[in-house]
Design a protein around this ligand. Structure first.
Ligand SMILES: Nc1ncnc2c1ncn2[C@@H]1O[C@H](COP(=O)(O)OP(=O)(O)O)[C@@H](O)[C@H]1O
Ligand SMILES: N[C@@H](CC(=O)OP(=O)(O)O)C(=O)O
Length: 432
């Protein structure tokens, strides 16, 4: 049975990191193995900044500097990995950077989302070119596959929808049979016409699930810089506890509310085929991981805490003092969907609808403009959304004590408070 590995940006951030993942792959190289890889480190952020510069005619120098920096940082990794034998790989990196430049020339006047996908996909194309070359030099026979020909999607750029039938056919025909490790890109796909698409930021986990689903894999392993899934981000909460066994359903709740460790879309395709998901550390691979299956017996009532920063609160009111009835809610949420935005919290009253949104300027501004024509809007920025799953006692109150709380929502299993970020501490502690 096939195993699917996923390595994110942190696990391939430099030459040492790439060297370190070789034994992890080697240990599984005797059986069918698909390895899904993201862009190196923060390359996708760098590509987004490059895109902004490319679309601004006045920033030609800045664009050129960023493009050169992208090429040289990847070539430096090739040098560090292959030394005197890096020339051919460096040429391929140079060709990819030239192709990226060409894509910018072709798309900079066109629609933003399409331009985004034609260019940001180069982060994964670059990283997988380097990692595949390194593995082959390290005697791990590896085939490089272009995910844009395998993960077939519609043309809903930046958040493309998978055509499961076409994807399954493509993956099964290209991935079956080879005894080599199959290495491909996360996050990216392509339309049936061959136009590049992306699956949404941090979507490489989802890519791993797509490959696993289509190949009826036996297991997906997501290699992270943490030993597994915790009941809060262990980098922010001093007393976070690892959850060793968890159900798909509970994991979806945590991911959907913003636990960054797993993309929420990952769980559905795995649940459908009952494929277990393991989250392991690439730094300490022998540490006990977290395993996610259908089994709900191990889901605990231990409170889990999730923080979402950089939130915007949007209060939408009818201009004519009328009710915020269902047709109006339908209209507002429809515009939200059109803008490609997701509400992290929705609350309402007789004459208002309150939305808590991620502060994504390129989507938020068009949404505001559209709503402003028909509604009265109030907007507040610089907010943090705290979500607590299984809130026991007064945990929500204690975590947000002394803060200026703007909205609160609660149901049987989940409680949320939105408050001003300025008052947030460096390290949080989950109260007993
Ligand atoms: N509940 C959680 N459990 C574990 N890690 C979490 C959790 N919430 C947030 N994180 C953060 O997720 C990070 C790993 O995810 P991410 O950086 O997206 O990995 P990658 O880019 O390698 O896919 C960890 O470094 C950790 O800070
Ligand atoms: N490189 C893409 C996709 C991704 O999932 O990355 P990572 O696995 O490093 O979170 C992004 O940064 O959004």
């Amino acid at each position: 049975m096939t195993t699917v590995f996923k390595f994110g940006g942190a696990s391939i951030k430099d030459a040492d990191a790439i060297r370190n993942l070789t034994p992890l792959i080697e240990a599984h190289a005797d059986r069918p193995l698909v390895v899904v890889v993201s862009a190196m480190g923060k390359t996708t952020n760098a590509l987004e900044a490059l895109l902004a510069a490319a679309r601004d005619e006045g920033r030609g120098d800045d664009y050129r500097k960023r493009l050169d920096a992208l090429g040289s940082s990847h070539q430096a990794i090739a040098d560090a990995l292959l030394g005197d034998e890096a020339q051919a790989l460096k040429e391929r990196i140079g060709n990819l950077v030239e192709a990226l430049d060409d894509q910018h020339r072709r798309h900079r006047q066109g629609p933003f989302s399409r331009h985004y996908d034609q260019t940001v996909c180069y982060g994964e194309l670059l990283s997988t070119t380097i990692v595949a070359e390194w593995l082959n030099r390290a005697d791990v026979a590896t085939d490089w596959l272009d995910a844009r020909e395998l993960v077939i999607t519609d043309d809903h750029h930046q958040d493309a929808n998978v055509d499961w039938k076409a994807t399954s056919d493509a993956i099964r025909s290209q991935a079956g049979g080879s005894r080599n490790v199959l290495l491909t890109q996360g996050f990216i796909g392509g339309t049936a016409e061959g136009v590049s698409t992306t699956l949404g930021r941090e979507g490489s986990d989802f890519s791993a699930a797509i490959f696993a689903h289509c190949l009826d894999a036996g297991e997906v392993v997501i290699w992270k810089d943490v030993t597994g899934l915790f009941n809060a981000d262990p980098r922010r909460f001093g007393n976070a506890v690892q959850l060793k066994r968890l159900s798909y359903a509970e994991t979806i709740e945590l991911a959907w509310h913003g636990a960054k460790v797993i993309h929420p879309k990952t769980l559905g395709p795995l649940k459908q085929k009952e494929i277990p998901l393991t989250v392991r550390s690439f730094e300490t691979p022998d540490a006990p991981p977290s395993t996610i299956t259908s089994d709900t017996r191990f889901d605990t009532d231990l409170p889990s805490c999730i923080l979402r920063d950089d939130q915007v609160l949007l209060e939408v009111k009818p201009k004519d003092f009328s009710f915020m009835d269902e047709p109006r809610q339908h209209d507002i949420l429809g515009r939200l969907v059109e803008a490609g935005m997701h509400a992290n919290l929705i609350d309402g009253g007789a004459m208002q609808l309150t939305l808590c949104l991620d502060n994504m300027a390129e989507r938020l501004e068009p949404l505001m403009e559209s709503l402003d024509a028909d509604y009265t809007l109030q907007r507040q920025e610089g907010l943090t959304l705290l979500t607590v799953r299984h809130p026991s006692g007064s945990i929500l109150e204690r975590l947000s004590e002394g803060r200026d709380v703007l909205v609160e929502r609660r149901n049987a299993t989940t409680a949320q408070r939105l408050f001003r970020t300025v008052e947030c501490p460096e390290t949080w502690y989950i109260p007993d």
